[in-house]
Write a protein that binds this ligand. Structure first.
Ligand code: SAM
Ligand code: SF4
Length: 344
């Protein structure tokens, strides 16, 4: 499939983009995380994620069942994957979510996390923890109820903040994901940074990525992009100099650059996929809800795993290896599939 590059990616480093690793990101040995999308459905309609006119969801019978997810996860565990991230769409819509988590928990030495819009968390946090979920990331793109409703296509902020509070009492330091969009929420960066000052949480600012079709991706994505550099300078203008932290301070193996706010309890994370792509250190593959393995959010590189779940481990492992080999040197500036369908 040909995808046009709407935004030229500024490559800021002078050095080589792909350092010489012993194994390299295109090798299976470099894959340390599997993101598992449990459904492409969602109870919100974020303006940066889903099309306004409605989404054609996959028929439910095409979604991988619990046993197939377990089978694929076990093979991935067999070649060294220890980090599993449940995502979607909205993973809490999946009726057998707890079963998926319990199955993953049976694998030795795994870190199981989930990204959610938080709308159902106040009710579910305890059962998620008891099932064996280790960590949570909650997406909140505005701390203003009206704006939150606008961005999410009708969502209510109150229950999500309650979900965050409920989770904070049960999970270690839940993270916040904030997609920063110029002209939409970029004037709230200091508010989010203050939130991080008062909570033991990493607030991760994500650069908007033009993926699939959405009101923001279809309009003028370049105008929406608010870069990590701009984010830092905006926050420093109001709260003082931020201090770089070792990324190992945060649990997990995400790509965020971590920074501390002097005197604050929490941290700030920057996911600069557009202004400063980090493809050379990419350590993950994505499994869509229908069982397609995907090498990259932007570039295609997909392998169909669903027809292989009954095959020998070696066949499934081979499919993983083929997918890892598709990883691009640096991703394109525009992707043809929405995060919600890939498992963002
Ligand atoms: N529904 C869950 C949620 O919103 O957290 C999980 C799935 S959502 C696709 C995963 C993450 O991708 C969310 O933090 C969301 O904000 C982010 N995301 C979705 N579309 C994006 C885009 N076009 N650019 C940047 N981040 C995006
Ligand atoms: Fe749903 Fe998450 Fe996409 Fe928002 S970002 S529409 S909550 S999948």
């Amino acid at each position: 499939m040909t995808v046009s590059c709407a935004i030229p990616l500024p490559i800021l480093d002078d050095g080589p983009q792909r350092p010489v690793h012993a194994l390299g990101p295109r090798s299976l040995a470099a894959v340390r995380m599997l993101r598992i999308s449990l459904t492409d459905r969602c109870n919100l309609r974020c303006r940066y994620c889903m099309p306004e006119e409605g989404v054609a969801f996959e028929p439910k019978e095409k979604l991988l069942d619990v046993d197939s997810i377990d089978r694929i996860a076990r093979v991935a565990h067999g070649f060294g994957v220890r980090h599993f991230k449940l995502t979607g769409g909205e993973p809490t819509l999946r009726p057998d979510l707890l079963e998926v988590i319990r199955n993953l928990r049976r694998l030795p030495e795994v870190d199981i996390s989930m990204t959610t819009n938080g709308t159902r968390l106040s009710r579910m946090a305890e059962s998620l923890r008891s099932a064996g979920l280790d960590r949570l990331t909650i997406s909140i793109d505005s701390l203003r109820p009206d704006r939150y409703r606008h961005i999410t296509g009708g969502g209510r902020l109150g229950p999500v903040l309650e979900g965050f509070e409920a989770s904070s009492a049960i999970f270690p330091a839940p993270k916040l994901n904030v997609v920063v969009m110029r002209g939409v929420n970029h004037d709230e960066l200091s508010d989010f940074a203050r939130f991080a000052m008062h909570h033991d949480s990493t607030v991760r600012f994500i650069e908007f990525m033009p993926l699939g079709h959405s009101p923001l991706a279809d309009a003028d994505p370049e105008a929406v992009l608010f870069t990590a550099e701009e984010i830092v300078s905006e926050i420093e203008d109001s709260l003082g100099t931020l201090v770089d932290l070792d990324s190992a301070v945060d649990p997990g193996i995400g790509p965020a650059r971590l920074m501390a706010i002097p005197g604050g309890r929490g941290r700030i994370g920057l996911i600069h996929a557009m202004s400063r792509p980090f493809c050379e250190s990419c350590n993950r593959l994505r499994l869509t809800a229908t069982g397609t393995l995907r090498s990259c959010l932007f570039d295609g590189g997909e392998v169909e795993l669903a027809p292989l779940v009954a095959s020998d481990d070696a066949v499934i492992r081979g499919a993983f290896a083929s997918c890892a080999a598709f990883k691009p040197e640096v991703h394109r500036g525009r992707g043809e599939r929405a995060m919600s369908s890939i498992g963002g």
